[in-house]
Ligand binder design. Sequence first.
Ligand SMILES: N[C@@H](CCC(=O)N[C@@H](CS)C(=O)NCC(=O)O)C(=O)O
Length: 80
Amino acid sequence: MLILYVKTGCPFCAKVLAAGKELGIEFDEKNIADPAIADELIKRGGKRMVPYLVDEDACEEMYESDDIVAYLHKSFGKNS
Ligand SMILES: N[C@@H](CCC(=O)N[C@@H](CS)C(=O)NCC(=O)O)C(=O)O
């Protein structure tokens, strides 16, 4: 399961979501507009910043949209 913490209107989140769509990936999107979700993100990753990806199957978690996009291509792209 891939969880993606996002915020409405966040261009970095949109970039990751577009990459996911291109690769045919479905995310369980969690929006930090909900304070409980924001708290969950801070507990999990250490800071309030989106996007934040959790790949539960691979036990990988990361901030930074460029790193997330690269990770998605590496893990789920045609040449993965
Ligand atoms: N370098 C980061 C920048 C991420 C970033 O600036 N995210 C903003 C939203 S666009 C954020 O999390 N701000 C904190 C907040 O909205 O509470 C990336 O590329 O992912």
